[in-house]
Design a protein around this ligand. Sequence first.
Ligand SMILES: [Zn+2]
Length: 190
Amino acid sequence: MKKIKTVTVHGGHNPSGKIACGASDFLDESKEDRYITKKVIKLLKKKGIKAINCTVNNGKNQTDVLQKICAKCNAVTDADLHISIHFNSGRADKKGDGKVGGTEVLLTENVSDKGDIAKRICNQMKRLGYTNRGVKVNKGLYFLNHTKAPAILIEVCFVDDRDDAILYRKDRDAVAKAIIKAVVNHNKRY
Ligand SMILES: [Zn+2]
C-alpha cells in the first residue's frame, strides 16, 4: 500500500459518433466518460495529485484505441494508478423501474492499492444512490492487462437504464467527486 501521487485518467472508447465509440442510449458513454475524466483530473490537481489525461480520440478501431490508451498510460512512468472511465449497458430499462443499475469497478486482482480504491469508489457511489455492484475481478480486459502500474476500470452506471440516467443527470459532478474522495481517503492513511 502506498500513497497515490500520480494518476492517469481516460475516457474509454473513441469519441461519440466515430468508429469504436462507446454505448449510447439515455446517456452517451463517450461524451460522459470524457466529461467525468476532465472533472476528475481538475479535482485531483486541486488536491495536489498529479493527473494526466490519457483519453484517445483518433483510434482506427477498438484494438487501436486500447493500444493507444495503454501506450499513453505507460508513458507516464511515475504513475501510481491508471483509471479508465466507462459506462455500462445491458439493462434496457426504458420506463424506469425505480431500481438503479449502479456502479462496478473492475480489476485484474482485488489486492493492495487498486483493491482498496476500487472498494472506496463503490462505497462513495453508494452514498449518492448508485447501487453497489461491487469490485469485480476480470482477467480478460486489454486495458487492465497491458498497463504497468495498478489499474482500475470504473463502470459508472448504465446508459440504458432510465433510473441511472436520471440520477446521473441530476449531478454529474458528484460522480467525479466520489472518485476523488476514494483516492484522497486512501491517501489519508499515510
Ligand atoms: Zn465502455
